[in-house]
Design a binder for this molecule. Sequence first.
Ligand SMILES: Cc1cc2nc3c(=O)[nH]c(=O)nc-3n(C[C@H](O)[C@H](O)[C@H](O)COP(=O)(O)OP(=O)(O)OC[C@H]3O[C@@H](n4cnc5c(N)ncnc54)[C@H](O)[C@@H]3O)c2cc1C
Length: 510
Amino acid sequence: MKQKVIVIGAGVAGLASAIRLQHAGYQVALYEKEATPGGKMNRVEIGGYKFDLGPSIVMMPEVYQEIFELCGRDPDDYIPMEKLDPMYRVYFSDRPTEPIDMSSDLPRLTKTLETLNPSDTGGFFQYLHEAHKIFEFARYDILQRPFRRHRDFYNRSMMNKGRNSKIRVLDTADQFIGRYIKNERLKQIIGFQTLYIGISPYKSPSFYTMIPMLQFLYGVWFIKGGMYTMASSMERLFKELGGEVFYNQAVKEICIDDKKATGIVVDGGRIAADFVVCNADFPYAMKNLVKEPAAKGRFTDKKIDKMKYTCSCFMLYLGMDRKYTEVERVHNFIFNEKLDKNLADIFSGKKLEDASFYVYLASKLDPTLAPEGKDGLYILMPVSNVAAAEYEWNDETIAYYRRYILNALKKIPGFERVEEEIVEETCITPLDFEKKFNAYNGAAFGLQPTFSQSNHLRPQSKATHCSNLYFTGSSTHPGAGVPIVLLSAKIAVQELMDDDQEVFSSAHKH
Ligand SMILES: Cc1cc2nc3c(=O)[nH]c(=O)nc-3n(C[C@H](O)[C@H](O)[C@H](O)COP(=O)(O)OP(=O)(O)OC[C@H]3O[C@@H](n4cnc5c(N)ncnc54)[C@H](O)[C@@H]3O)c2cc1C
């Protein structure tokens, strides 16, 4: 008989784990508290406008495609993609009429770099070279493997590889970039991207400077229908393989008997399983779903509260009464020129007076995402998480940030009348991330990937003090971001199967 696995949460990592396990021959049941798949990769629909809720920028497309290929499917039948060039446009608030287009096409990119500061061009390519060395090392030896024991990380082979690639392990992202690039604005354009995983470039290990490198060398992609196509296509694939999904089912507890996970508790009662894979945010799950203190290991409630959390996001979704043909790009970053202060305020919890934000017009590339002849604007502003914020999220705060965004946006050519052109709108605050998805502290990207919360020091997939229990998702190794949590699912499934086969082979020996 097939062994039964329960997966808690239909976020990206939960869906990917469920697919991999179902494909490997387990009988998988997926329990999700919300009504639809995707978790943060969800969709917001208002008055005929369809918005991606969270992730919007597709990087490392081969990782998205891998899950479909594994199951013998053609990814193009599920998630057809196109490459974007230029990838995105950057505006600085004090120079709204001088946008900078960032391209992954070498001659175009070189031209842009020379306009910004000719003497930084060589340094920029040196940065790419160094960041690529980090990636070469990380790609198989870190991003795709678990660290069950410290010696899995601290061993001669890993140390030699690290030494040979001459990676400056202890640099922050900002220091690392600063070694090669002098122009402040170019540094900001590159460094800001550590915010994609919710950490400031001043605190982020240099390791994560590989994120912008991946964009420049491998490009940015768009999936037809937006990111939500990935979520709905993974759900479709899982069902095609025979998996079952139960929506509107909030898991209350992970049952643990004799240091072994044996199932879950939902409103209807207890459901038994041979294995449990938890995609609900690790700190939330350890605190709320794992009730047995001995099964928590070092992740006691006190420890969970003391850990560091990523920033959150304030999201505005605006349905507009026209198409923005004069706005040329799908992805647009509007940086405040006082970006250092902006970053410091996000992480110290101050209400932002100098803020940066991002505007995404998916309906430019896929007109079915808005009513005919209209566009939708998705706006993301990085803000403090709920625990760090020195202010409340109430109607007044929402009105304050909405006003800030619209005032700054009006200075950008094409958006001068943005406020009058809104016909539908809704928003999501850090409190919603906390309530809707059980993101601990409303941290949009989970645990902060500081030095002491990265790689072997980040929560690993296999529970340390309970067998048959595995974790996957942004707060676990290797971290946040769609391709990265897809890899976390790959690790979780491999861990589970390794344990299962070990049991099987030792049972066979007796
Ligand atoms: C605003 C925003 C923008 C982003 N932009 C990008 C981007 O452009 N590119 C990129 O690569 N990444 C981006 N990211 C990051 C990326 O979206 C996340 O890292 C990824 O989607 C997280 O997936 P996950 O599976 O770890 O978690 P989640 O999406 O949080 O999934 C967890 C699931 O568990 C469910 N759950 C929780 N508790 C329970 C319970 N008790 N019972 C049942 N179900 C439960 C939740 O409802 C949820 O569906 C962005 C994130 C945000 C928030």
